[in-house]
Ligand binder design. Sequence first.
Ligand SMILES: [Zn+2]
Length: 161
Amino acid sequence: MATCEMCGTDRVTTFLSEISGAKLRCCTRCIESNNLTVLERRIPVQTEVRPVLAKSKVYTKNIGKMEKEIASDFHIRIKRARENKGWSARDLAKRTNLRLNDIQKAEAGVQPADNVLEKLAKALDISLFEEAISDPERTIKSPSSRSMTIGDALDEFLGKN
Ligand SMILES: [Zn+2]
């Protein structure tokens, strides 16, 4: 509620209007009777609400694959292993119960779904995933690749053997 700058009426809803070049906040009565040009409407329609971009799903999927990183040359491994066994792509499709199209796409370098990869790896008896080097979890678990621990360093520092 405001005061009309034209007729002076208190507690009225005013609109910014143009009166022969001058801008005044006028009540509806003045606007209507003088046929004024309203420059500003009441409350602007809520334009602030913007849809949140739902892109996060893509990343979630990738995080799941991080555990097992597919080998960058997986398609070469598939083709080589298949040819070593003397199988055609169709043979491999039959043995894996996959579509020929899936085999062809995989060998062309199109990354297949995890379950497809697993079937191919099993049928061909190969690994299609990167080995432990880039897998920090397995590095920790493996005692064979023993590196110097803080304890070892301390022993050496103290002259113990
Ligand atoms: Zn007025």
